[in-house]
Every structure is written in C-alpha cells, then in structure tokens.
Design a binder for this molecule. Structure first.
Ligand code: NAG
Ligand code: NAG
Ligand code: NAG
Length: 845
C-alpha cells in the first residue's frame, strides 16, 4: 500500500503539468486559451483524483488512533473523528457514559477507559460499535453491570473489568455469548464457587486476570473450576486467607502471582507453594512485584524445586531484611529447567565472604539461568560440574574476575554477559578456555580493551562472538578465537586491519560497522567470509585490491560512509555491477560527502566517465589522435602535395590582399598591359594553348602584351620589347632549357630585370616550365642564375589537379586595376593579330 500515495502524487502532478501545458501553448502559438469546458473538466478530474487518492491513503493506514489520555476530561468528547479505530480515554475523570457517546464511531476497535471514575456500565452504549474487540474498563468505580446488555459486545476478545469496586465476581449468564473472548480481567472482594461457573465455560479464554487487591473472603475450591492457560492473580496486600493460593497452584499451566509481600511473614505464600506437587498442572510460575527477604526467597526456590514447575520467573524483586546464608539444597532431582530473575533491587548489604548466597544459584542443576538487571557484582563458579546450557547475566556489575579458572561449566553453550563491567579481553578469553562446549559468547556493551602482547586463550568451540560496543582497537585482531564464524565488532575503535593478523579461516560474518576504518579490510585473511558490514566508518573510497580480495562476500554493507566521489570510487561502482552479492542498503545509504558540490548525492547518481578516470585510456586517446593526425598530414603531403597547395593558397591570399590595397593612381600612368610574356619559340604552344587562355579567360579584364600580336611595326625589336615591358605591370618569363638557348629571351630578361632594379618594383614573374639544370645556364647569364638560385619562380605543376590553383595564383599576381587609358592600344591589339614576330630568328649581334 505504501506505493499508492506516491502513485497518486505522480498522477496529480502529471495532470497538473498537462493542464499548464495547455496554457503555455497559446502564448507561443497565438491560438486560443483552453476553453472554459476544458478547464472545468480538468478541475473536476483533478479534485476527484485528489479525493480518491486521499481516501486510498487513509485506507492505507490501518488504524486511526485518537489519544485523550490524562487530559482532565470529565465526559467523553462529543466530537471525535468518525473513522477512529483506537480511542484512548484513560486517566481522566469520566464518571458517566452516555448512550450517544460512541454511536457514530462505527470503526472503533479498541477503547481504553481505564483509570476513570465510571460507576455504572451498560453495554448498550456500544450497540453501534460492532467492530469493538478490546475494552479496558479497569481501575474505575464499577460496582455493577447490566448483564442483559453484554450480548451487544459479544465480539470482544479482550475485556478488562479488573480493579473496580465489584463485590462479587461478575455473575452473568450472558458471558456464554462471548465466543471469542481470550482475555478477561475481573476483580471482587468476595469469591464464591457459583460465580465463576459461566466464565469456566468459556473455551477460548487464554488468560484470566484477577485483581484481588481487596479480597476479603474466598470460598475454597472456587478457582479450581476455571479452565484457562494462564491465571494471573494480584494478591491482596495482606493475604489473610491462603486458600486461594492453594487452589491457584493447581488451576492453570501458567500461574502468575503479583504483589507478593513477604517481609515479616511469608508462610501464607510459601506453604501453598510447597503444595505444588510433582503432579500439579503448573509448569510456569511467574512471581512479579515481590518484596522478600533472603530467607524466604531461599524457601520459595526450594519449594519450587520440588514441584512440577519447569520455568520459574521472578520480576521486580525487592530484597529486604537481614542477610542470611542460603540453606544449600539438592537440586539434582528437580523438574526445574530454567530460572530467571529480572529487575531486582537489593536493600541488603552482601559481603563477599563465603559461602556466598549466590553459590546456591550457581549450583542449581538446571539448564537455563537468567539474571538480568540484578545489581550482581559477582557470580560463583559452580562447585561441581553444572548442567547450565545457557547463562544470561545481562545488565549487572560483573567484572573480569568472573569464572577465572572455572572448570565446572562443561555444558555451557551460551554465555551472555552483555552490559557489565568487563575490561580486559585477554581475561575474557582465558575465562572461556575451560568451557568445552561454549559456542556463543556475548560480551557486548562492556569496557573491553586489548593491548598487543597480552596472552589470549579462547575456547576452541567458540563460533559466535559478540564484542560490539566496547573500546577495542585494531590490536584486538591479535586476540580472537580461531574458529569463530560470526564476529560482531561493531561500535569499537578499530582503524585498520593490518596485514600480520592471523587468518580466521571459518569466519563467515563480520560486523565492523561504526568503527574508525578508512579502508575496506583485506578479505584474504577471511577465506569464508560471506557477510561483511563496514557501514558507518570513515571510508572515503574502497580500494580495488581489497574489493578483489572480497570476491566471495555474498552481502556487503558499506553504507553511511563519507564517500569521496572521485575516480577511485569507480572501482566500487564497477565492482557492484559485477559482483553477484548483495549490496545492503543500496542505494539510499550510499551518499557522497566530498567533493562539496556532490555532497548528499547518491552514489548511484554520480557518473564518472571511463576516460576522465583512466590515465592509460586518456593517454591512449591523446596519443592515438595525435598519431592519426600526423599520419593524415603525412598522407596528404605524400599523395596530394599539401605543402604546395598551402604555399600557393597562402600566396594567392597575400597577393589578393596586396592587389586590393593597390591604388591605380600609385601605378605608373603609362601602364597599358597587365603583363608582358617572354618565352622561347619552342614553348610557344604551351603559352598559346595554356598560359594566355587561362590568364585572359576571354573576358577582356586582363591585357597581355605579346610580341606576336602587340608589337608595333616599324619600330625596332628592342624598342618594341622595351616599350612592352614598360607598359606592362608585370613581366612573365617562361623558363625552360629552350629559353636558355634563346638570345632574345635573355635580352628581354635583361631589360625586365633592369627595370626591376631601377623602379624598385618586383615586376618579374618567372615560370619554370621545365627544370633547368644549373650547368645548362651559361655563365654569362649570371642574372638568370642569381634569380634561379633565389628560387623566386613559379614551377609549372605536372599534375592536372594543381593547374587551377596555379592559374589562379598567376592571375592574381597580375590582376590590378590599370590606370584609365585611351583605347588606342586596344586598336593596336586588334589590328596586329596577324603580325608574326619571331624573336628567335632575330640576331642580336
Ligand atoms: C489503557 O491505559 C492504561 C493507562 O494509560 C494502560 O496502562 C493500559 O495498558 C491501556 N490498556 C490497553 C488495552 O491499551
Ligand atoms: C533456555 O533459554 C533459551 C533461550 O532463552 C530457550 O530457547 C530454551 O528453550 C531454554 N531452554 C530450556 C530448557 O528452558
Ligand atoms: C551483539 O550485541 C548487540 C547489542 O549488545 C546486538 O545489537 C547485536 O545484534 C549482537 N550481534 C549479534 C551478531 O548477535
């Protein structure tokens, strides 16, 4: 049922978001608001969901409890939640119940009206409370009850009418309607045989409680008609007439006697006790709230020892009177199996001389002995081999002198010494050394310590050891029983488990919660370890090595540690997904403490990527990427001549930038051509087929001065060349071995170069069409040699793919805006198309 409120909240939230989304849309899409009807339907749905959900939530809680205990009420409150199932009106001043008080509480199951002043009771007030099971009317002033109305509450399981002012035991034939009654509490000042007749017939009754504080007369034999498992009698303060006890001793299997006062005289109790014969019904005797002297207690126990009682429990014992030695008794033939004494206060000063009264208890031949919260400072070693299987000596003041050199506990299997004053673990160990059957020792909640080097001698049979809530440090691992299977060391001061400790090969369960551990213990010392608790320590992370060693652990609890959510923690998170075992408390008790920005985040919500944590992986990735990049560059260089492209592109952008910044006014005003081309006649086909078409591109934006077409007839060749070079922005020389052969070409080059120096402009562009070996260049062409050496030429690429960029570069380097000109030259260009000029044929000499 717990999930349904969550589901409801989820549904409501979802509906709300959906509705709000309807409002959001119009703002964005400029359509209408949700219509009135949509809103209405939504509100209707939402409220009905709210109502339905809340009803479900209420049903999910089984009981609706209303408490008005001790609130000075003098009547039943008029307005109570109608769904109330448990109503506590105890300890008030209510004197009267009205017929309408409970009519609307139809779910009422339990009603507590104890400790009020109710004088009369008519069960008719509960006519509408069909569910009522539990009714407590004890400690009121009831004197009488309307028997006829009782059948209204015949569904009751628990009815308490004790501690009232009834004179007689309620004597109603309507009791026979109670078919489910298990507990019945009654009280009376007078008991007669006839009055218990109806009650005796109730077959379902487990417990009859008789509050007989004010008993004045008892008709012998009355109790014996009862047929119940447990009879609990609160005795009158002064028990004058012991007959009721004589009867009680043979009525039920369990008999509890409360408020037994045996200070001065106790015969009225002890004598009936000694009549419990071996054949009596009573097998469990409980005496609670008893004030008794040592002597009478001694007699009581003696009486019980020779009876049918198997379990004898004494609660709230107050010891008074003079201290006297116990009379030793022979318990070898007793039916008693277990004796338990809990919460006793002693007003007697015991001295430690012998024989000590407690020797009597330690010499009892019974299986179980319990002394809880009795202020006992010492317990004796049995004087002869005892039968104790279980000794429970919790919450006393025992010290580690206990059972030293005691060989008479050969059958002891369980020894509970929780919450005492034990201090030395080594002494505790030597205490066990002679207990040949000891399997379970609980010494939790003491002040145990252990220093390195102290001798330890544990019983070899010890399988379970509880050392929790002591002051043990890591040194304690030097003093542990070798065969232990279950070891509880929680709430100590253990900070590490060092390597040298002895291996505990059988250890299956180890609890190290609430210690000072900074890392997981190395499980290799504990081969069989299956359950490990290291919650609430100082673990920042869990080292991989330790986790590996704990491979066999089936269940591990490492919750509530101050985890540092960094890469080291990934070991644990990875391990968690791989391990077949349970991680107890996951995920809610696994939270980050550091770093600050993750504080309080659940470990399961922290994501640490493989790369950021794994240095090798990170290095691999970086190096890999670098290698790939280098390979890629190498590949590009080798196969695609990347440097060439880069260089050319760089040149291109540079030139483009420069050209854009060139102002036509800064150029010589006589410039008519973008370029003059000088080449050997042998390279003419390349120039005509490639160079010129690609420079001019047929759009007329680039003017080329070419001797074949632009030479002005009538002028000398040299004049023409000089004229052409001067009027061109750049001079392009197509270099090849042929060029070297040509005198003219060199001549042209000479002029151009000359201009280069005189006008200080880099007007020369050298295109290396074919490689020219240095030795081919005659020494007289030293200028060409110098230029070649400077490598300031453009090489004609053989690969077709490079041509585009080559032309673009070339075009760019000559593409400037020429100063405005008359069209005279254009005419020359047009009219001289047929003119053939063969520089190679002209001799300079
Ligand atoms: C009714 O209240 C009294 C006093 O508070 C308490 O001792 C008693 O146990 C309660 N009875 C039941 C049945 O809860
Ligand atoms: C002794 O006590 C233990 C635990 O309290 C119980 O389980 C066992 O039955 C008892 N044995 C006898 C014989 O009473
Ligand atoms: C050890 O004793 C403590 C209380 O003193 C108890 O809470 C714990 O459960 C015990 N451990 C075992 C394994 O029984």
């Amino acid at each position: 049922m717990t999930s349904s409120p969550k589901l409801c909240a989820l549904l409501q939230g979802f509906a709300l978001i959906k509705y709000l989304a309807l409002w959001k849309q119009p703002m964005m899409m400029k359509i209408q608001e949700p219509s009135m009807s949509t809103s209405f339907v939504f509100i209707l749905l939402y409220t009905s969901m709210l109502v339905l959900c809340n009803i479900r939530q209420l049903q999910a809680i089984n009981d609706f409890i209303v408490k008005y205990s001790n609130t000075f009420l003098d009547s039943v409150p008029k307005i109570l939640p109608p769904k109330t199932t448990i109503l506590d009106l105890s300890e008030n001043n209510i004197a009267l119940l009205h017929t309408s008080d409970f009519t609307y509480l139809t779910n009422l199951k339990l009603l507590n009206l104890s400790y009020n002043h109710i004088r009369e009771f008519d069960a008719i007030v509960f006519r509408f409370n069909a569910e009522l099971e539990h009714l407590d009317l004890s400690h009121n002033n009831l004197r009488n009850i309307t028997c006829g109305s009782l059948q209204v509450i015949k569904g009751l399981r628990h009815l308490d009418l004790s501690s009232n002012k009834f004179e007689n035991i309620l004597h109603c034939k309507e009791f026979s309607y109670f078919l489910h009654l298990q507990y019945l509490g009654l009280s009376a000042t007078r008991i007669q045989r006839s009055s218990l007749k109806e009650i005796a017939q109730l077959g379902t009754l487990h417990v009859i409680f008789l509050g007989l504080q004010n008993l004045s007369s008892y008709e012998p034999g009355s109790l014996q008609v009862l047929n119940t498992n447990k009879l609990h009698i609160v005795l009158p303060v002064y028990l004058e007439d012991p007959f009721i006890l004589y009867d009680a001793m043979n009525t039920s299997r369990t008999l509890e006697l409360s408020q037994v006062t045996c200070e001065k005289a106790c015969d009225n109790v002890i004598e009936p006790l000694s009549t419990i014969s071996k054949t009596s019904k009573v097998s469990t005797l409980i005496i609670s709230n008893i004030t008794v002297s040592w002597e009478y207690l001694n007699q009581m126990i003696k009486a019980v020892l020779y009876s049918s009682v198997e379990y004898f429990n004494i609660y709230q014992l107050t010891q008074v009177g003079q201290y006297s030695y116990f009379i030793p008794f022979n318990s070898s033939n007793t039916s008693l199996k277990a004796l338990s004494m809990q919460h006793s206060i002693s007003k007697v000063f015991y001295h430690t001389g012998s024989p000590h009264p407690l020797q009597t208890f330690s010499d009892l031949m019974i299986e179980n002995l319990t002394f809880v919260d009795t202020g006992m400072i010492h317990f004796m070693c049995p004087s002869k081999p005892s039968m104790f299987h279980i000794l429970k000596l919790t919450r006393n003041k025992l010290t580690d002198k206990l059972f030293q050199n005691c060989n008479t506990l050969p059958h002891l299997e369980t020894l509970i010494l929780r919450s005492n004053r034990l201090e030395m673990l080594s002494l505790v160990s030597s205490m066990t050394s002679s207990m040949k059957s000891l399997q379970y020792l609980d010494v939790s909640n003491n002040k145990l310590q252990y220093e390195n080097g102290e001798d330890c001698h544990w019983s070899e049979t010890l399988l379970k050891l509880n050392l929790s809530a002591n002051q043990l440090t890591s040194a304690a691992f030097g003093c542990l029983p070798i065969n232990v299977k279950i070891l509880d060391l929680h709430n100590n001061q253990i900070s590490n488990i060092h390597k040298g400790i002895m291996a505990l090969k059988s250890l299956e369960e180890l609890n190290l919660a609430s210690n000072w551990l900074a890392d997981l213990p190395d499980c290799s010392h504990f081969n069989s370890l299956a359950v490990l608790n290291i919650g609430m320590n100082f673990l920042h992370s869990l080292s991989f090595h330790s986790l590996q060693s704990c491979q066999n652990v089936r269940a591990i609890n490492a919750g509530n540690n101050p985890f540092q959510c960094d890469c080291e923690l990934r070991d644990f998170i990875n391990w968690r997904t791989q391990t077949a075992g349970d991680i107890l408390g996951w995920p809610e008790s696994y939270k980050c403490q550091y770093p600050e920005h993750l504080k309080g985040t659940l470990l399961k919500d922290v994501h640490l990527s493989e790369v950021s944590c794994n240095t090798a992986a990170l290095l691999g990735i970086v190096l890999g990427t670098m290698a790939a990049l280098i390979l890629c560059i190498l590949f590009l260089c080798l196969y695609f001549d990347l440097p060439w492209y880069v260089k050319m592109t760089w040149n291109w952008t540079q030139t483009k930038h420069r050209n854009r910044n060139t102002n036509p006014k800064d150029l010589p005003q006589n410039l008519t051509y973008h370029a003059f081309i000088s080449y050997s006649q042998h390279d003419a086909s390349w120039v005509k087929d490639y160079l010129i078409p690609n420079l001019e591109k047929g759009d007329g934006s680039i003017q080329i001065c070419q001797h074949e077409r632009n030479f002005v007839p009538g002028r000398s060749i040299i004049e023409n060349i000089i004229n052409c070079i001067e009027k061109s922005y750049k001079s392009i020389f197509v270099l090849s071995p042929n060029f070297i052969q040509s005198e003219w070409c060199h001549y042209e080059l000479y002029f151009a170069h000359h201009r280069l120096f005189t006008e200080n402009s880099d007007s020369l562009i050298l295109i290396l069409l074919e490689p020219i070996p240095q030795y081919l260049i005659p020494s007289k062409y030293y200028k060409l040699k110098a230029l070649m050496a400077k490598r300031t030429y453009l090489e004609w690429p053989k690969e077709k793919s490079k041509h585009g960029l080559f032309w673009a570069n070339l075009r760019q380097s000559i593409n400037v805006q020429l100063p405005e000109h008359k069209q005279e030259n254009k005419k020359v260009f047009n009219t001289n198309q047929e003119k053939v000029y063969e520089p190679d044929t002209v001799s300079l000499n």
